[in-house]
Ligand binder design. Structure first.
Ligand code: NAG
Ligand code: NAG
Ligand code: NAG
Ligand code: NAG
Ligand code: NAG
Ligand code: NAG
Ligand code: NAG
Ligand code: NAG
Length: 383
């Protein structure tokens, strides 16, 4: 009897340690060194296994004042936890190209983890892209991939100098990104800010993206994507596509309250000439332009990729509303549609002037829709 009471007492005392939700996993406790030289991937993996295996609401902590070298890290679910928080307070760096270990998909891949929150306040991920960019045709890694992560929240995260895309969101449902800070040089190749593919109900908001390619690109298989409050530039603007290699469909994309500062493109839809798929119900509105080279662009003959059996990618229900500012080239509005044509295109309340002092103009090819209060006039738009 005595011993049973003692045992009960001991259990009561130590139980908080086993409490299902009293769980904080610090990578330092799993052998991470954080000296920017030692590969900490194994320590991160061990810490992840504990985090993912825990019940309740565990946190994976990547502490401040350390620099963690990682390579091709895979954090995989499904997990036991109901929600997981990753707190990135320290810095993560990638090795140089020649020291890279493992596959070249991504520096960090997070796969099949549901109800994950990534809070990157205070932290930074540096992809060491400069060691890859000279080799434009090498298979270069993205920096952060979320694959099949439903109910995802990512906020206050800074990523710089990715070898390729900074963030790739694939096959996710209900994900929100806010206060994301991406920086890469204007001439770095294919360094998209955020790529969204095959995903649904995605919100990207209040972020700053400077890159060498698209600030945000929404492509094949994506539905209901809202992009608001993005300060983009330098970069290639916010793009739908490229579409058409597969049966690529993009529907219900809503881009609002974004600015394009010295970007090559602004609002863009690009589809391959004889591909198949469609881009439907796309809205760009409340857009501020500062010396954007090609502010509004539909290109139904994008690139050199040809299929022989596609009927062309249908483009319809596209609204460009409330654009204001300057275009760097004369070509303020380009609606360059192929044989299939683009339909139900709306231009409304657009005021784009040129700088330096080139008259702005609108170019159309087989584009159909309506135009109201638009400068430069787009009288070339067919009914
Ligand atoms: C921990 O779990 C207990 C019981 O499941 C719950 O009452 C408590 O609110 C949880 N605490 C936290 C911080 O989630
Ligand atoms: C989930 O918990 C069970 C039981 O504790 C364990 O066997 C399993 O390995 C855990 N799953 C993960 C992904 O760790
Ligand atoms: C964005 O990241 C860069 C480094 O890549 C940093 O210098 C800058 O302070 C960050 N800005 C914010 C708002 O976090
Ligand atoms: C996107 O914005 C539209 C218009 O404000 C809204 O109706 C829709 O629910 C939003 N979608 C998401 C995924 O937040
Ligand atoms: C984003 O910015 C808008 C406008 O500045 C603000 O109303 C909204 O609360 C912000 N949302 C987040 C998640 O920061
Ligand atoms: C493309 O996909 C849509 C929707 O999934 C389908 O209805 C259509 O038949 C497909 N088209 C081709 C050419 O495969
Ligand atoms: C529209 O602009 C073109 C030059 O871009 C000009 O030649 C034409 O007269 C304008 N049409 C109207 C109706 O203002
Ligand atoms: C990126 C961008 O254009 N953000 C703007 C969103 O709208 C608010 C309120 O009008 C502006 O202050 C932001 O600059």
């Amino acid at each position: 009897m005595q011993s049973i009471i003692t045992l009960a007492l001991i259990l009561a005392l130590i139980s908080p340690c086993f409490g299902s939700n009293y769980t904080f996993y610090n990578v330092m406790d799993f052998g991470a060194v954080g000296d920017a030289k030692t590969d900490d991937s194994q320590a991160f993996l061990k810490a992840w296994r504990s985090t993912c295996g825990a019940e309740g609401t565990p946190t994976l902590l990547i502490p401040q004042n350390y620099v963690f070298l990682l390579s091709a890290l895979l954090l995989k679910g499904p997990c036991n936890a109901t929600t997981i928080l990753i707190k990135l307070e320290g810095k993560i760096v990638a090795p140089a190209k020649d020291a890279w270990v493992g596959h070249t998909n991504s520096l960090i891949s997070i796969v099949k983890v549901e109800r994950l929150t990534v809070d990157g306040s205070g932290g930074l991920i540096d992809g060491f892209g400069s060691s890859w960019w000279p080799c434009k045709y090498c298979p270069r890694p993205a920096t952060l991939i979320f694959d099949a992560c439903n109910y995802l929240t990512v906020h206050d995260l800074s990523i710089t100098n990715s070898p390729k895309s900074h963030i790739h969101v694939h096959g996710c449902k209900d994900a929100t990104f806010s206060h994301i800070n991406i920086t890469a040089p204007a001439d770095s190749p294919n360094t998209d800010g955020i790529d969204v593919t095959s995903s649904k109900n995605i919100v990207i908001q209040n972020s700053t993206i400077q890159s060498g390619d698209d600030c945000v690109a929404v492509s094949g298989g994506s539905v209901a994507v809202n992009v608001t409050g993005i300060a983009c530039g330098p970069g290639h603007g916010i793009s739908i596509g490229s579409l058409g290699k597969r049966n690529d469909t993009v529907e219900e994309v809503y881009v609002r309250n974004c600015s394009f500062t010295k970007t090559r493109y602004g609002a863009r839809i690009k589809t391959f000439p004889i591909g198949f798929g469609c881009a439907r119900k796309i809205t760009f509105e409340e857009i501020t332009l500062v010396e954007t080279r090609y502010p509004i662009l539909i290109d139904q003959n994008y690139g050199t990729y040809y299929l022989t059996n596609g009927g062309g990618v249908e483009i319809s229900g596209v609204r460009f509303r409330g654009f204001q500012g300057t275009s760097f080239d004369g070509r303020a509005i380009t609606l360059d549609c192929g044989q299939l044509g683009c339909h139900d295109i709306e231009l409304d309340q657009i005021d784009i002037s040129s700088s330096p002092a080139k008259p702005a103009y609108c170019f159309c090819n087989n584009a159909h829709g309506t135009v109201t209060s638009t400068v430069p006039n787009c009288s070339c738009l067919l009914p």
